[in-house]
Ligand binder design. Structure first.
Ligand code: PMV
Length: 308
């Protein structure tokens, strides 16, 4: 039997602009996890079980473009395996879906690692990330690759699409409160709408992307130097630019305002937007008060996480 777990992730800065080649920062969130376990089957056939989504099916009858099948087939292809003894893979996750916490990429990474270990040939982080990226394409259409990268490497990542992975050092740890609107919003839709905006108003939209990219670069410098208390203003500025891209929502804005009013140093939506999660930078001792304020403003759940 082999088991593998992968963390969730949160984008600190740079979402959406990252799809157009600008930098973004993301960190793993270990409080939530996807887990995959592979066991040799006792009976005939290879089975895929994901009780969270009510799935129990023989692998051979699932469609080839199913995300879970794509993840498994990617492992077989990469390892050059055309036949294997029957197994059952069980998948579970505590990461809320379609909420900007990287649930799809985490499930892929956990499955890919558990299966390759079961087959006796572990894959490198780079290979795992590349295979999870193929699955991300089914979820997102044109993903930047940031989710699979930060989750496969499980380290803070300064990500530029198409460039080699760059991790970064967190000079001094800082605390975030993550607030979930409870609204599940497919990233594919918000990414598609930003594309329409970009097609209709290229000059204005590209200026916004550039400003977001500059914020991500400044933020990395602050984080590396341990000046995390200066990140709040950058978060606020990034949120305003995401509003201009039309990817925030009334729910997200309400949570962002509530966080700021309860003493957060800054706040922004995170991920695809229109729903999902927002993040607030807080002094550690103020985290419970901000989490409480988010709940009062309608957050369905909050997670307090330490970065670094
Ligand atoms: O919704 P999430 O957390 O999976 O993040 C999507 C991030 C985008 O920049 C909007 C899209 C992408 O592929 O990078």
């Amino acid at each position: 039997m082999t088991t593998s777990s992968a963390p969730g992730k949160i984008i600190l800065f740079g979402e959406h602009a990252v799809v157009y080649g600008h930098p973004a920062l993301a960190v793993p969130v270990t409080q939530v996890q996807a887990t995959a376990t592979v066991r040799a089957s006792t009976g005939p056939g290879t089975w895929v079980e994901a009780p969270d989504i009510g799935l129990r099916s023989e692998l051979s009858v699932l469609p080839a473009h199913h995300p879970l099948v794509t993840a498994l087939n990617g492992v077989f292809t990469t390892l050059g395996i055309s036949s294997h003894s029957p197994f059952t893979i069980n998948i579970s996750s505590t990461i809320p879906v379609a909420s900007g916490l990287g649930s799809g990429a985490a499930v892929s990474v956990a499955m890919i690692r558990a299966l390759s270990a079961f087959l006796g040939q572990s894959l490198s982080d780079e290979e795992v990330s590349a295979l999870a990226y193929d699955v991300e394409k089914l979820h997102h259409g044109t993903p930047s690759g940031i989710d699979n990268t930060v989750i496969a490497y499980s380290q803070p990542v300064f990500f530029i699409k198409g460039q080699p992975i760059a991790t970064f050092h967190v000079g001094a740890p800082f605390t975030l409160v993550i607030g979930d609107t409870g609204v599940s919003a497919p990233t594919k839709e918000s990414v598609g709408d930003v594309r329409k905006l970009w097609e209709a108003e290229k000059t204005r939209t590209e200026k916004i992307f550039r400003e977001i990219g500059k914020i991500a670069i400044q933020a990395r410098e602050r984080i590396v130097n341990g000046e995390w208390d200066k990140l709040g203003a950058l978060m606020d500025a990034n949120h305003a630019l995401l509003q201009a891209l039309t990817v925030s929502s009334a729910d997200l804005d309400r949570l962002v305002d509530a966080a700021r009013r309860s003493g957060a140093l800054g706040a922004k939506m995170s991920g695809g937007g229109r729903g999902g999660n927002m993040i607030a930078l807080v002094e550690k001792e103020n985290a419970p008060a901000v989490a409480e304020a988010l709940k009062s403003a309608g957050a369905k759940r909050t997670i307090v996480t330490q970065v670094g």
